[in-house]
Design a protein. Structure first.
Length: 114
C-alpha cells in the first residue's frame, strides 16, 4: 500500500505529464534534503514540491518556510552540477493536492531567494 505522500506525488506526476512536462527525476536526495519532482518543459526546469492534504485547512505554501526554501535551493544546485544542467532557467513550483483537486502554483520563489 502506498503512503499518502507517494500517492500525492503519483497524482502530481500524472498531472504534470498531461501538461506536457518531462519528468527528469523523482525524490532526488542530497545531503540538504529531497526534491519531490524535477520536471522539464520547454527551456525551463521546474523543481516541484508536492503537498497532499485531506482538508484545505492550512495553505501548503506556509510550509515552505525560509529553511525549506534554502534546502531546496541547495539541493537544486547539487542537481545542476551533477547533471551539468546549468544552462536552463530554474523555477520552483508547488503542487497542492486537496482530496482530488490539484492546484499548480508556478514560480513561487527562485534560486536567488534565501
Amino acid at each position: 500500500m502506498k503512503s499518502t505522500g507517494q500517492l500525492g506525488e503519483l497524482m502530481a506526476v500524472n498531472y504534470l505529464r498531461t501538461q506536457q512536462f518531462l519528468i527528469l527525476q523523482q525524490n532526488f536526495r542530497t545531503r540538504f534534503g529531497e526534491l519531490d519532482i524535477i520536471a522539464k518543459k520547454d527551456n525551463s526546469i521546474h523543481i516541484v514540491e508536492v503537498k497532499f492534504q485531506t482538508s484545505p485547512i492550512i495553505n501548503s505554501a506556509y510550509k515552505l518556510n525560509k529553511n525549506k526554501r534554502r534546502r531546496m535551493i541547495q539541493s537544486t544546485q547539487v542537481f545542476m552540477d551533477q547533471f551539468k544542467l546549468n544552462h536552463y532557467f530554474y523555477q520552483f513550483d508547488l503542487i497542492e493536492i486537496v482530496k482530488e483537486t490539484i492546484q499548480h502554483k508556478k514560480n513561487i520563489f527562485n534560486l536567488n531567494d534565501v
